[in-house]
Design a protein around this ligand. Structure first.
Ligand code: ZN
Length: 599
């Protein structure tokens, strides 16, 4: 890739540049944009009547200069920490502050370098009743400021612990995870991409172009960050970049120049301002109003870390652009820390700011229960920590209706007014007695014997050890193209009621333009399709009304002639059958318990 300066006429130009595979870089100034393109991409852009010219890659030049000048010295890269020095720094911190740090490697880079993460907390390595916070820096190898600011921040937190109230409070009440370099190979090579020449900030699952939340086929650095994030409940996070001076927040797509608000837009504005207002000059000197911007409004990108974090891990993640020059002179680093220090600390502290938090337990047993936390009018549903039952829902000051849902429990809605700090709301959920009397098929018998299940199509459904509730569910058979796998049951419904179930889907998505369904799960009552689902849908509840009388209920996973995505399967669980428990043994579904059921 070479670096080019492009003068764009409209946001459409930006979309066209991304479409041909060139990378739009962070730098923007009025109509001028910097991009990374191959020779042939350059020619395509040139032919499309856009003003484009090759420019020097200053980061690369400075990198080569530093390497050359320090080749034989015992201080490689001068004030920058190369991989060996960064490793040594982190190991020294871990041995000097063992009671508040936990250094782990979450995987290896393409070239085998460790992907270090340092947790700083009063009980590191223990899942406490504390919000978890995450900083990731240097995912673009030649964007070096965040990498060094991470070093400063780690040093500040550790050396001030027990001395300054501010650092002590943060460390005692937060589990802070810092990854100084997600792309150590890129740094050593003096390049943006990883050693396989892949842009890691285009390699994550994406709601528009790649909605498969799986690690398969992704770069080792991306996989490591995905797996690590999935093992934690990060509440708030940020990833650090260089090349502009602004905070960028979700969503990052689909169209350049069009504001793409996510369900928590007001919160993200608040989070972005927390950084820009506390930075020495981002708020006033950024070319962006107030030093913040919506991602897509600036330029669309697909496969970025921030949207993935928000949509799939439920961490509120923003992209920090901390300095316009990517690889600034090493003697500017202390000044950059001065500029960013207050912003970086205040942003972590925001996890304790306006929000509702607490623990969700079973009213009877007192044990923590996994639960969904739903803010009325907001599609972003978060979960609590399964182990401790604690939850943290960041919000802006206002009054909210918040509902706590857990399978098998009566849901609970509370009205809460949030001011300028965290409000504590502990919840005790009561078992839903109507469900305990209902006919529930949850496949916990690890069989299909509880009801008179029938199979049809090419492969039978099977018991699977993932679940919406309990330990097991039913999973569609392993079918190929142009095949289907069906499961059905006949029931007798003594009075008008409903049928409810949980379903999970992981297959080819509906056509993004056509809206056509290719592979999908469908639900039928008496042979009539009620609804269908495709793509990546996590466990979610569906309810359909059911008239009295005898009915056939059928679920079918159906595949068309080509393309398989995700796990290429569908699941059902916790089916709340209509009728009362006496229907339970009515195997023949004739509305009576009689000798035919026994036969
Ligand atoms: Zn970047």
């Amino acid at each position: 890739y070479d670096t080019y300066s492009v003068i764009i006429n409209s946001s459409k130009d930006l979309d066209n540049i991304s479409k041909i595979g060139a990378i739009i870089d962070h730098y923007h100034n009025g109509n001028e944009v910097h991009i990374l393109a191959t020779k042939s991409q350059y020619k395509t852009i040139l032919n499309s009547n856009v003003n484009i010219k090759k420019i020097d890659n200053k980061a690369r030049q400075y990198y080569l200069e530093l390497i050359e000048e320090t080749r034989d010295s015992d201080n490689p890269m001068r004030d920058y920490h190369n991989y060996n020095e960064l490793t040594e720094f982190l190991q020294n911190i871990a041995s000097n502050y063992p009671s508040i740090t936990n250094l782990t490697s979450i995987g290896q880079s393409v070239q085998g370098r460790e992907l270090w993460v340092l947790e700083i907390s009063d009980n590191p390595g223990v899942n406490e009743f504390e919000p978890e916070f995450r900083y990731i820096a240097n995912m673009h190898g030649d964007e070096t400021v965040g990498r060094e600011l991470s070093v400063y921040l780690i040093d500040w937190l550790c050396s001030n612990y027990g001395l300054s109230d501010r650092a002590t409070d943060l460390v005692n009440n937060t589990s802070i995870h810092i990854m100084p370099s997600m792309n150590p190979d890129g740094f050593e090579l003096g390049q943006r991409n990883n050693a396989n020449d892949v842009d890691l900030n285009r390699d994550f699952p994406d709601q528009f172009q790649d909605p498969n939340n799986f690690v398969n086929g992704r770069q080792p650095e991306t996989r490591a960050v995905m797996e690590w994030s999935n093992q934690h409940n990060f509440v708030l996070s940020a990833n650090m970049h260089t090349g502009a001076l602004v905070v960028n927040y979700p969503f990052d797509g689909p169209n350049s120049g069009s504001y793409s608000a996510c369900p928590d837009d007001d919160l993200f504005v608040d989070l972005a301002l927390t950084y820009s207002e506390n930075h020495q000059d981002m708020y006033t000197e950024s070319p962006f109003s107030q030093g913040i911007t919506n991602g897509a409004q600036w330029y669309a990108l697909f496969g970025g870390l921030q949207d993935w974090s928000y949509l799939w891990t439920k961490a509120f993640d923003v992209t920090l652009e901390q300095n316009e020059v990517k690889w600034p002179n090493q003697n500017l680093l202390p000044g950059l820390w001065d500029e960013n220090k207050e912003a970086m600390i205040s942003y972590i502290e925001r996890v304790h700011g306006p929000s509702v938090r607490g623990q969700v337990i079973d009213a009877n047993s007192g044990l923590p229960i996994l639960c969904s936390i739903i803010v009325e009018g907001n599609e972003n549903v978060i979960s609590n920590d399964a182990q401790n039952g604690d939850y943290y829902r960041l919000l802006t000051p206002n009054t909210y209706q918040i509902t706590f849902n857990s399978i098998g429990y009566e849901s609970q809605t509370q009205s809460i007014t949030i001011g300028d700090s965290a409000v504590i709301l502990n919840i005790q959920l009561v078992i839903d007695e109507s469900l305990s009397l209902a006919n529930i098929e949850n496949f916990e018998s690890q069989s299909f014997n509880s009801y008179n299940w029938q199979f049809s199509g090419n492969e039978d459904w099977q018991i699977d050890s993932i679940s919406a509730e309990g330990l097991y569910s039913a999973r569609s058979g392993n079918i190929g193209n142009n095949q289907l796998s069906e499961i059905s049951v006949s029931i007798f419904n003594s009075e008008p009621s409903q049928i409810s179930f949980y379903k999970k889907v992981s297959c080819e998505n509906v056509g993004s333009q056509s809206g056509n369904y290719y592979d999908y799960l469908a639900f039928y009552i008496d042979g009539v399709e009620q609804e269908k689902w495709a793509g990546e849908i996590d466990w979610s509840f569906s309810t359909f009304p059911l008239s009295s009388g005898e009915h056939n209920l059928k679920w079918a996973f159906i595949k068309d002639q080509g393309v398989s995505s995700g796990q290429d399967a569908t699941w059902i669980d916790f089916i709340v059958m209509p009728g009362n428990p006496s229907d339970f043994c009515d195997i023949s579904s004739d509305g009576e318990l009689n000798i035919i059921d026994v036969v």
